[in-house]
Design a protein around this ligand. Structure first.
Ligand code: ADP
Ligand code: MG
Length: 728
């Protein structure tokens, strides 16, 4: 085995789990490093506390005087915990989080210094943001960007830095980050949902969207990763023959967590507790060395921040445990990839989950209203929803015969399917007293309060109702959830606005009673959107054909899928709701198309390098060994040597064929890349990368993987699949 591989394996086998001491209960650690409501109540004056709470709950502005009081309290709190720096923490459109640390420390002349952090520094900052992607917004407007405090997500301390969650916007007001449109979408869905919830309860003043994400990831020993330039550069393996044993025995899923992974998880969970991320569940996933972590759900904006923070923290904690966390959607071919299910619901300030059936027929009608409106929203905007999860990494799941397919459909389970069927038959216009009673007793009244145990779990559906929430399963494991959450909450907001208009019109013009009007509108929605409902196997070929017949989109690649983001319909939606203006939508589209191009470009370069600099030279070395052997045999046996060198000669030839195929593949791929690189139009360029460059990846890989099987294991330089997946 190559020296590098040998040492990496030896190192890995010798590792012991890191000892994790837990002396305190998790609950007492929870939120210790967060400037949360409790801390604010303790450290702020009544006025300042009210100022922040109003800002959080009602979105009111915080005045200068109050900001000074808050920053001063924040500073004292942070200093008492050994903090030296502060940063505005934000989520630029790179998908990562960004921070620039400033010290509290300031000189005041005469050789004196103090710790200072005023309201100004809390509320607004101007990062040198010229190298964050802006899709041309900043150039267009010749405006700089600034970060502004988002009081709805509390400040926290991480690694001796006070982190202040902020939005990132241009001076002209355009969003340059993920958070700003999300906040606008959440506001839109709040307003729209309150309007509808008031049909059922006049006291509802606010509706919050909730998000519970489930983060899947792989843990691979860092020494093993060191010999894999593909993982280092792209986060996934670009080649590598599948291991004789993969996931076919199903012995990893929910199995005993390996002890080093367990130590990592505990360490991570403790850090999450301190940061106020309410992590709750951990388990092995389907593929070897694949795991999942899920928190208790939270208000969507906070949950999005927490997921971004978590992905960061995971990487840092992993270093302590000599692991590399792979968040990529498809790190290894042939075994499961990773996703990030987004569990989503709406709940009122009166404590009602609007997607949970209730105790009375009226509360069930409320449930059905929100349930059916969500289905209709998904139907109307399925392409946009698909676009919200499009990325180069996620293309390996969606549309690649894995995880949910690229076709968006909604799964609701047998019971609710029946209910919708009955509602479809409701009489048009006024309902007879008998029909009303029948609906009350036999349809709406029959929905059990707890559906959770009754919704069968169809794992192949990209958008499934799971008892008291919808679960959007097509989200990629590296994604910033803000992107799909902005779309989902926007489309539901738009749908609820339209619904209210239609119901009000029936009440006003047709003189229908409120519940009659609601039944009438819901009936039409069920009819018009039932094409999106699918209960069968989402992975089957039959569904692809059936979906096509139904007119559902099936956008298998990112360049195609992203186009829905700039459709007239999408622009109208976002502009109407005030979530994004056209210029912001265009900018995002451009950034995401460019990101796709860059990802595929980097993968192409990395694969070319590895194939030519690692694989081919190793193949030549082994071929030389064989040639030497054959020459030796010839020396001994003379003319008869072929009798003894048959296998070797065959191998020599086979190796040559693979080498040739690799070299010609890399050359052709490089040529296609060159052609694509000179194209200015980014859509065309993305499409060239997708359809002309990327297909060579599989071809080149095929020959590399064949060589891996032929060549002496002693010589092979790259850590093999079986070693990365089964060495603990
Ligand atoms: P799985 O999909 O693995 O079977 P569960 O159905 O148990 O998992 O739930 C997964 C996630 O759903 C959890 O992270 C939980 O926080 C979240 N969740 C539960 N209720 C809600 C809700 N009302 N809104 C949003 N997320 C929720
Ligand atoms: Mg799930």
């Amino acid at each position: 085995m190559s020296t590098l591989r040998f040492h990496a394996l030896k190192e890995t086998l010798n590792r012991k789990p890191v000892k994790i001491e837990e002396t305190e209960k998790r609950s007492s650690l929870f939120g210790a490093n967060v400037f949360n409501e409790t801390t604010m109540r303790q450290s702020l004056t009544k006025d300042a506390y009210k100022g922040v709470m109003d800002a959080i709950e009602k979105g009111t502005k915080i005045n200068r005087n109050i900001a000074d009081q808050i920053s001063s309290a924040m500073k004292d709190w942070a200093l008492s915990k050994g903090v030296t720096h502060y940063t505005h923490w934000f989520q630029p459109l790179t998908g990562a989080t960004a921070e620039k640390h400033d010290a509290f420390f300031e000189t005041i002349g005469n050789g004196l210094a103090i710790e200072k952090f005023g309201g100004d520094q809390l509320v607004q900052q101007e990062p040198d943001a010229s190298s964050f992607p802006s899709g041309g917004i900043r150039n267009t407007f010749e405006a700089r960007g600034y970060t502004a405090w988002d009081p709805t997500s509390p400040a926290f301390i991480y690694e001796t830095t006070l982190c202040i969650p902020t939005v990132f916007v241009a001076y002209t007001g355009e969003a340059l980050d993920y958070k700003t449109p999300l906040l606008r979408a959440l506001q839109a869905v709040d307003k729209a949902a309150v309007g509808v919830a008031k049909y059922f309860d006049k006291n509802v003043k606010k509706v919050n969207a909730s998000l519970g994400w489930e983060q899947e990831y792989f843990l691979i020993d860092s020494a093993l990763v060191a010999s894999r330039p593909d993982i280092i550069l792209t986060g996934r393996t670009l080649l590598g023959h599948s291991s004789a044993k993969g996931q076919q025995l199903d012995d990893h899923y929910f199995g005993t967590i390996p002890s080093r992974a367990m130590a990592f998880m505990r360490d991570l969970e403790i850090e999450c507790m301190l940061l106020g991320i309410p992590v709750k569940t951990r388990h092995n996933e389907v593929a070897p060395n694949q795991f999942e972590l899920a928190p208790i759900y939270e208000e969507a904006n906070l949950a999005v921040d927490h997921n971004s923070l978590l992905m960061d923290v995971m990487g840092k904690i992993a270093v302590r445990h000599n692991f590399k966390v792979l968040l990529h959607e498809k790190p290894f071919a042939g075994i499961n990839g990773s996703g990030k299910h987004n569990n989503w619901s709406l709940s009122t300030d009166t404590g009602i989950n609007l997607l949970s059936p209730g105790k009375t027929p009226m509360s069930n009608l409320q449930f059905l209203t929100f349930f059916i409106n969500t289905i209709k929203a998904v139907y109307e905007y399925e392409e946009l929803l698909r676009a919200s999860v499009a990325s180069a990494g996620n293309d390996h799941r969606l549309g690649a015969n894995e995880a949910p397919p690229a076709v968006i459909s909604v799964f609701i389970g047998e019971q609710l399917t029946k209910v919708l069927k009955e509602l479809e038959g409701v009489t048009k216009g006024k309902l007879s007293p008998e029909e009303k009673t029948d609906l009350k007793l036999n349809v709406v009244g029959k929905i059990p309060e707890i559906l959770l145990d009754n919704t069968d779990r169809n794992r192949t559906s990209p958008f499934a109702f799971t008892g008291n929430k919808f679960e959007f399963r097509a989200v990629g494991s590296t994604a910033n959830c803000a992107n799909p959450m902005t779309v989902l909450n926007s489309i539901v907001a738009k749908q609820l606005i339209d619904f209210k208009k239609e119901v009000d019109a029936l009440i006003d013009k047709k003189d229908l009673k409120k519940d009659e009007a609601i039944f009438n509108v819901l009936r039409e929605y069920i009819k018009s959107s039932k094409k999106i409902l699918f209960e069968g196997n989402g992975y089957g070929d039959e569904w692809q054909a059936e979906a096509k017949k139904r007119g559902l989109s099936n956008n298998k690649t990112t360049p195609v899928a992203l186009k829905a983001k700039i459709s007239k319909k999408a622009i109208a939606l976002f502009e109407e709701l005030g979530v994004m203006k056209k210029v912001e939508i265009d900018a995002r589209y451009e950034i995401e198309v460019e990101e796709y191009i860059m990802r595929v470009q980097i993968e192409g370069r990395a694969l070319g390098d590895i194939a030519r600099n690692h694989v081919v030279p190793t193949a030549v070395k082994y071929q030389n060994v064989l040639i030497e052997n054959v020459t030796g045999l010839k020396d001994i046996y003379g003319k008869d040597f072929k009798k003894y060198a048959k296998e070797q000669l065959g191998l020599i030839e086979e190796i040559s064929e693979h080498i040739e195929a690799i070299n010609s593949g890399v050359t052709k791929m490089t040529n296609e890349r060159k052609k694509a690189n000179v194209v200015d139009d980014i859509e065309k360029k993305a499409s060239l990368y997708c359809n002309k460059v990327k297909p060579f990846f599989d071809e080149i890989r095929y020959h590399c993987d064949k060589l891996e099987l032929l060549i002496d294991d002693e010589l092979w330089p790259l850590t093999k699949y079986r070693e990365m997946l089964f060495t603990r």
